[in-house]
Design a protein around this ligand. Structure first.
Ligand SMILES: [Zn+2]
Length: 304
């Protein structure tokens, strides 16, 4: 970091005390979202040049943290339609105490690309989640959890959760070692500062872990969007946590209510709710710390 950048960072943080975080670099987080959702990335459609550019950016960010690959390579390729290829990025932070059990932290980095000549930048959906993975990895590479953390940047979510399905079809670790999935998809845009935690209806024993992660933070946590029979209001299969749930792996999915920019060209960086977003990422790190500390109890509920 240059002195000049350091000074600029200090000025920016003092102007926005809500953006100050001890666990990760909030300005770097915002910069990652801004970059991934810029027009240069052409909406990050899976199998396109824009998608590949986003992947290279994330690979560079992960490499800067010395994040290990989960398998032989950090890349996991899988076929899409039309001879194209989707590519997941799967990293691993080895557990310090019980590395044989793992929590998968996931977010998709693809979006819907260019339609009708307009670039759909997908700042909230889901540059926000992908950038959060970098911040989360930056914390846990420096402060390893007791259990192994898998950092999964999935491709082709927008084409039917294809990256998550490919990961579970050909996993880099035994499926039986995956205790939990925490999925992040659209976590940065809410004028009311409201974030949903989805999955408590299916896994009620996880409620105690999410309760209170919004205390002293700049968001309000709501439980819901997981009631069967409520059609599109039920988000149980709405993002990459769905295939984990299908395999019986407990999940918590975090996301905001659909907004005016949802799957529109107006899902741009300028509309994200910066202080809310930074606070949410800190809350998710808090949840991971809590769940890692008590993963044995979660496992016991599963086997009952
Ligand atoms: Zn999404």
């Amino acid at each position: 970091m240059t002195i000049r950048f350091l000074l600029l960072s200090m000025i920016a943080l003092s102007a926005h005390p809500g953006l100050s975080q001890e666990r990760f670099d909030a300005l770097a987080l915002l910069k990652d979202v801004e970059t991934l959702s810029s027009d240069d990335y052409e909406g990050r459609d899976a199998g396109t040049a824009g998608g590949a550019k986003a992947r290279e950016y994330l690979k560079t960010r992960f490499a800067s943290l010395s994040l290990m690959a989960c398998g032989e390579s950090i890349e996991q390729s899988f076929p899409l339609d039309d001879d194209r290829e989707g590519v997941n990025l799967i990293g691993r932070i080895e557990g310090s105490d019980s590395p044989g059990k793992a929590i998968v932290i996931s977010a998709h980095y693809d979006h819907v690309g260019i339609r009708g000549g307009e670039i759909f930048n997908g700042a909230d959906d889901n540059a926000s989640g992908a950038a959060a993975l970098v911040a989360i990895a930056s914390y846990f590479t420096r402060h390893p959890a007791r259990h192994t953390l898998i950092i999964a940047a999935f491709d082709a979510e927008e084409k039917g959760l294809r990256g998550a399905r490919a990961f579970l079809d050909d996993p880099c670790l035994p499926i039986s070692s995956i205790s939990l999935n925490i999925n992040l998809d659209m976590i940065s845009r809410s004028e009311t500062h409201e974030l949903y935690a989805v999955g408590i209806r299916q896994y009620p024993y996880l409620e105690e872990f999410v309760q209170g992660i919004d205390s002293d933070r700049d968001f309000t946590l709501l439980l819901g969007h997981d009631e069967p029979g409520t059609g599109s209001d039920d988000w149980t299969m709405a993002s990459d946590h769905g295939p984990f749930h299908t395999q019986g792996i407990p999940f918590i999915y975090f996301g905001v209510e659909d907004h005016a920019g949802y799957h529109q060209p107006g899902d741009d960086y300028e509309y994200i709710t910066q202080d809310f977003y930074v606070s949410v990422v800190d809350g998710v790190i808090e949840l991971i710390i809590r769940m890692d500390a008590d993963l044995d109890a979660i496992e016991e509920h599963r086997t009952r």
